[in-house]
Design a protein around this ligand. Structure first.
Ligand code: F0G
Length: 452
């Protein structure tokens, strides 16, 4: 049959509070027009992030009960470690409370002034953690990855020629690959490209790490888009992805469908020892890393569910369903559809708003005011402020409708499509915003705005 239905039934529900346009306008004023500063109860459909917001399965809730809270060497830790190594067979697994904690520990040991760390595209916290040490973060995604309309099947791929140039000219302690490439539209990386990056890293003697938050969605795209991969099991593809790298940072709040958690994994014994010391100093003992035993159980179970093909088929299809509905309404969306989110090209929809008056943010604010939908700008607000204090337009001004896993149904997506089409029909009436206050780093989380 044509219909790809949700491969689950719902066994506990959370109410959604409906609000009026007037109420939401007041909420926007009170929040300084920053959607991160809203109360989530004032949001009808929350597409701010797919991080930690997924619905847990019956078996994950059972894991909550089974969790063993022993300080050291708990069975929950061994279950977690085995589940991670089953997919990512690295020597050392270091649990952390989320992805950025793994980033901070790793970069505190290998980054620093004078170093350069390439990636296809660094996500916000990754870039900030690198820059915080004084190192430089560079994005080397292929040119198609910066073109919202390009139909290239692997728009997360690294530009190998650009990487070679950086490896020749800069002091590079590690190369990163983000799978899928979140900031670039949730776009996948091919096995062929990973192998190419690996070969360059070998030539220059530099380790390669994966930022693997959405590894399962990436593997599903490899299976469905890369020649010769259709007959393989997702698990096998994941292990091949892992085999090209020397380690990984991970947020368990994405594909593993946990509400909290992450890890750092690597093969280098000496570096692992230094990282474990940092973990004990700042996160917790090496067998829990700032997590409860029950969290470790949830992640172990979630990893099994994340690579199930029925689930991934539904997951990728439900994201594409929303994107197709928006495209049919004439809304410019990043093509082809990524795994975890639909990205609207706000710069194309709102050409009358200068990038430095934040077209993405203007659109996100309008989606909330008109329909109670909370989305996230991924553009000049998030990436426009440079470390030297200057401001410039980001490569793209996107609005991300991130889809929490197993949380919303088809009727919710129909509602979202209707609201976006309604706002898009009045696009020329939208106005930009100015920033009235911002912190020195990561301004998008806490800045205050005022409409122009
Ligand atoms: N790397 C990528 C590619 C991410 O998308 C995120 C988080 C992180 C690292 C950091 O992980 O949140 O567990 O510390 N992205 C979320 C998002 C927050 O909304 O895309 P974390």
């Amino acid at each position: 049959f044509r219909t790809i239905m949700e491969p689950f039934r719902i066994h506990s529900v959370e109410p959604i509070r409906m609000s009026t346009r007037e109420e939401r306008s007041a909420c926007l004023e009170a929040a300084g027009f920053n959607l991160f500063r809203l109360r989530s109860e004032d949001v009808a459909i929350d597409l701010l992030t797919d991080s930690g917001t997924g619905a847990m399965s019956r078996d994950q809730w059972a894991g909550i009960q089974r969790g063993d809270e022993s300080y050291a060497g708990s069975p929950s830790w061994f279950r977690f470690e085995a589940a991670v190594k089953h997919l990512f067979p690295y020597e050392h697994v270091i649990p952390t409370h989320q992805g950025r904690a793994a980033e901070r520990i790793l970069f505190s040991q290998i980054a620093g002034p004078g170093k350069t760390i390439p990636n296809n595209t660094h996500f916000d916290t990754t870039r900030a953690n690198i820059e915080f040490t004084g190192a430089t973060a560079v994005d080397l995604v292929i040119a198609e990855g910066r073109d919202p309309a390009s139909e290239h099947p692997f728009k997360g791929n690294m530009d190998l020629a650009a990487l070679e140039l950086v490896l020749e000219t800069a002091d590079v302690p590690v190369v990163f690959m983000t799978v899928t490439n979140n900031a670039g539209g949730g776009q996948p990386v091919s096995l062929e490209n990973l192998a190419g990056v690996r070969a360059l890293c070998d030539r220059f003697g530099v380790p390669l790490f994966l930022d693997a938050c959405r590894f399962a969605e990436n593997a599903y795209f490899i299976k469905t888009r890369e020649p010769g991969q259709a007959g393989r099991e997702i698990e096998h593809i994941v292990r091949e992805m892992a085999s090209y790298a020397d380690g990984m940072t991970m947020s368990a709040k994405k594909d593993p469908m946990a509400n909290i958690g992450g890890w750092l994994a690597l093969n280098d014994d000496e570096l692992a020892e230094r990282c474990r010391t940092m973990l004990i100093l700042t996160g917790g003992f090496t067998t829990y890393g700032g997590l409860a035993g029950r969290d470790l159980e949830v992640i172990a179970q979630g990893l099994e569910e994340a690579v199930q093909e029925d689930y991934l088929r539904y997951r990728v299809r439900s994201t594409a369903y929303l994107a197709d509905a928006l495209a049919a309404a004439g809304v410019p969306v990043v093509r082809p559809t990524g795994g975890h989110a639909v990205f609207i090209d706000a710069r194309a929809l709102l050409p009358h708003i200068d990038p430095l008056e934040y077209p993405g943010h203007a659109l996100a604010v309008a989606l909330y005011r008109e329909g109670g939908i909370r989305a996230c700008e991924i553009g000049t607000v998030m990436f426009g402020r440079r470390p030297d204090g200057s401001e410039e337009a980001a490569p793209m001004d996107l609005v991300r409708l991130a889809i929490p896993r197993r949380t919303y149904t088809q009727a919710h997506f129909d509602y979202v499509a209707e609201v976006v089409a309604y706002v898009a029909a009045q696009a020329e009436e939208l106005r930009g915003l100015e920033i009235t206050h911002e912190p020195r780093q990561l301004r998008h989380f806490t800045a205050a705005f005022s409409p122009i």
